[in-house]
Design a protein around this ligand. Structure first.
Ligand SMILES: C[S@@+](CC[C@H](N)C(=O)[O-])C[C@H]1O[C@@H](n2cnc3c(N)ncnc32)[C@H](O)[C@@H]1O
Length: 216
């Protein structure tokens, strides 16, 4: 199977995406945990959702914090269309574009990312983590719930395989392709500290999923 461009991969799956995540993969418990991680000290706070997709992660958050203000960034217009349909009466600012390129504002209380950042190597991830750090107010938190692997060897294998596939298909560097290259929670922690975060905590890990909270 050739690699698919990232936005096309998610555009073509947007209609069935929620069913896949919530029914096939039974990830309800993950999104419940994510909602528990967001404990702001004020009723109206600003949240940036990096790679928001269809916004599954926002459902429980809106139940708990109906007045939060949300900015979402995603590459796929079809995933964003699903998100808009899901929350018709919420005022959400949506940016359709790459989180590598889109400027982030710098006054968010919470930056959240769920299942989006496992497509990037350490160099790419550090860039995003620095952007997340810069976009937070002092003492703000970054929550990253994502696909992780267990060992450095697995990390290396995923990345070598991606390099091999890209070479085999003669793909240019300036286009995003969908391929999972999860890092270990230890590497994630190292990168978050390197981005400037003051504390980093692995709050939950089960199977191939980890939730890390980093505080500015
Ligand atoms: C697996 S989905 C996760 C969506 C949602 N956060 C969730 O938990 O269901 C990954 C999302 O990341 C988005 N994405 C991937 N690379 C991106 C990039 N460079 N910039 C913005 N969004 C990106 C995809 O379009 C997709 O909607």
């Amino acid at each position: 199977m050739p690699l698919e461009k990232m936005n096309e991969f998610f555009n073509t799956r947007a209609d069935t995406y929620d069913h896949h995540m919530l029914v096939d993969l039974a990830l309800d418990v993950f999104y419940e945990e994510i909602a528990n991680c967001v404990q702001p000290d004020k009723p109206i706070f600003k949240l940036l959702d990096v790679g928001c997709g269809t916004g599954i992660e926002l459902k429980r958050l809106y139940e708990k914090h109906p007045n939060m203000s949300v900015t979402g960034i995603d590459l796929s217009p079809e995933m964003l269309r699903q998100l808009r349909e899901k929350y018709p009466d919420k005022k959400i600012e949506l940016i359709c574009g790459s989180y590598f390129d889109a400027p982030f504002e710098n006054d968010f209380d919470v930056v959240l990312s769920t299942y989006s950042l496992h497509h990037w190597n350490e160099t790419e991830k550090l860039k995003i983590y620095k952007k997340c750090f810069d976009s937070l107010i002092d003492n703000g938190i970054f929550i990253n719930g994502d696909y992780t692997c267990k060992t450095a060897e697995q990390e290396q294998n995923y990345q070598s395989e991606l390099v091999r596939l890209r070479q085999e298909e003669n793909l240019t560097d300036n286009e995003f392709y969908h391929y999972d290259i999860p890092l270990t929670a230890e590497t994630e922690t190292k990168l978050l500290y390197a981005a400037g975060f003051v504390t980093v905590e692995l709050v939950k890990a089960w199977g191939n999923t980890s939730i890390l909270i980093a505080r500015k």
